[in-house]
Ligand binder design. Structure first.
Ligand SMILES: O=C(O)C1=C[C@@H](OP(=O)(O)O)[C@@H](O)[C@H](O)C1
Ligand SMILES: C=C(OP(=O)(O)O)C(=O)O
Length: 444
């Protein structure tokens, strides 16, 4: 029998033995706050006209890196230890007090797309040089369109590594004139979001026009627009692929962060593989999170779903159906759905996700290589994957520092006894204590 102590050692130091499902699930999983919402709220709070409060924020590597970066630039961030949430065992509220942004400073982006793509425009508003760097894997994630757009707006940027990548230094002069700029966001919607988030603080505001062939993750751009409007900023998005942010103050706010619906994905998907029911409370009635697509996708894959008040219930039978799915709006769901598809009763085609080659790792290659190593059949296409279910066997699932590769491994392990997940701790990028949440979901 495994003691808690040996389990903890395994998670920290060695490959993690993914638990198999021994029967149908019956679990309620409290999913922590959304990474995308938390990091946008943090940026907007730092640029706001007064102190703000963030309730239910995600505390994970990506959001702690964002908070540390804003603190380095002069923003004051503290925990309110007196909140009711703390008394109930949840994280304390984050209190954010804006202050003039200043360098010199160094920002560690880790592997967080939101930090590396959202903060250069904020740094342009600061006074002094701000150096950006991150993990080795971050140095290959595309940054060029952000740097080109800021240079076109008159911001000084020095690159010290490969062109269009970390590391680089933004030297702000305390203000940005703004105006209009073209950006090719076909590799990441975050290029647009990063410009829009700071744009209200530019003297003339900003019009951003996307000029690439495809635009991934539009819900994440809608999320940026929605949060700006919620903070009193005027945004015109009435023309396709053009966003106009009017100059003006960003209101200080007291906000609650929705649960991370994409991170709910692996837990909900587990019900399809193991059979039984998984419930996620706090499911928003309306949201810009792309994870909102999960109920309809999981239904196509064989689940029944129900929303009672704010509790989403997903029930599966253990049989997973393949499907043909364009995921360009919700690419971050792809690793979860690919794991499900590998256990399906028919082939699956995922389309519209070429940009996943620039995520935490080249996710199309990583999924194809790792599922193939478990005995599956996966072909990469120009813009996605074709997954043909085959009998799978145990092996070590390599995760390439990608949190969603690790959670995909956990899903496959529900059916494959002996499957090991390399570096499960990488899930801390967006999900603190994923192994604990997973074990509790399986405990009957
Ligand atoms: O703006 C955001 O919070 C995000 C946008 C998306 O990025 P891409 O457009 O690069 O896929 C998404 O995949 C990422 O997880 C979070
Ligand atoms: C692509 C992702 O992250 P990032 O915000 O680092 O781009 C993700 O979480 O799936």
């Amino acid at each position: 029998m495994t003691t808690p102590a040996t389990t903890a050692t395994r998670e920290a130091d060695a490959d993690w033995l993914a638990p198999t499902a021994t029967g149908p699930l019956d679990a309620t999983v409290e999913v922590p706050g959304s990474k995308s919402l938390t990091n946008r709220y943090l940026v907007l709070a730092a640029l706001a006209s007064g102190p703000g409060r963030l309730r239910g924020a995600l505390r994970s590597r990506d959001t702690e890196l964002m908070a540390a970066a804003l603190a380095t630039l002069g923003t004051r961030l503290t925990d309110d230890a007196r909140t009711d949430a703390t008394a109930a065992g949840a994280d304390p509220d984050w209190l954010i007090t804006p202050a003039p942004l200043r360098g010199p400073a160094t920002i560690d982006c880790g592997l967080a797309g939101t930090v590396m793509r959202f903060l250069p425009a904020v740094a342009a508003l600061a006074d002094g040089p701000i150096r950006f760097d991150g993990d080795e894997g971050a140095r290959v994630r595309p940054m060029g369109p952000v740097l080109t757009a800021l240079r076109a707006l008159g911001v000084s940027i020095t690159e010290s590594g490969a062109v269009g990548h970390l590391p680089f230094t933004v030297t702000g002069r305390g203000s940005v004139r703004g105006g209009a700029v073209d950006v090719d966001a076909s590799a990441s919607s975050q290029f647009v979001s990063g410009l829009l988030l700071a744009a209200a603080r530019f003297e003339q505001g900003l019009t951003v026009r996307h000029i690439g062939a495809t635009l991934p993750s539009l819900p994440h751009i809608d999320m940026t627009v929605q949060l700006l409007r919620d903070a009193g900023v005027t945004v015109d998005d009435s023309r396709p692929a053009i966003w106009r942010v009017a100059p003006g103050p960003i209101a200080a706010r007291d906000v609650r962060v929705e649960p991370d619906l994409s991170n709910a994905g692996p837990f909900l998907a587990a019900a399809l593989i193991a059979g039984g029911t998984v419930r996620v409370p706090g499911w928003p009635a309306t949201t810009t999170q792309p994870g909102a697509l999960l109920p309809q996708i999981l239904e196509r894959m064989g689940a029944t779903t129900r929303l009672d008040g704010d509790v989403l219930t997903v029930t599966g039978t253990g049989v997973v159906h393949g499907l043909d799915l364009d995921l360009h709006a919700a690419g971050e769901l792809a690793p979860t759905l690919a794991a499900l598809a590998a256990l399906g009763d028919s082939p699956t085609r995922l389309r519209g996700i070429a940009h996943l080659r620039g995520h935490e790792t080249d996710r199309l290659a990583a999924l194809a290589i790792e599922i193939t190593r478990l005995g599956g059949q996966v072909e990469q296409t120009a813009d996605g994957l074709v997954i043909t279910p085959r009998p799978l066997h145990a092996a070590t699932m390599r995760t390439y520092h990608d949190h969603r590769m690790a959670t995909a491994g956990a899903l496959l392990g529900l059916r494959i006894p002996g499957l090991l997940v390399e570096n499960v701790a990488t899930t801390a990028k967006t999900l603190p204590d994923f192994p604990g949440l997973w074990r509790r979901m399986l405990a009957r």
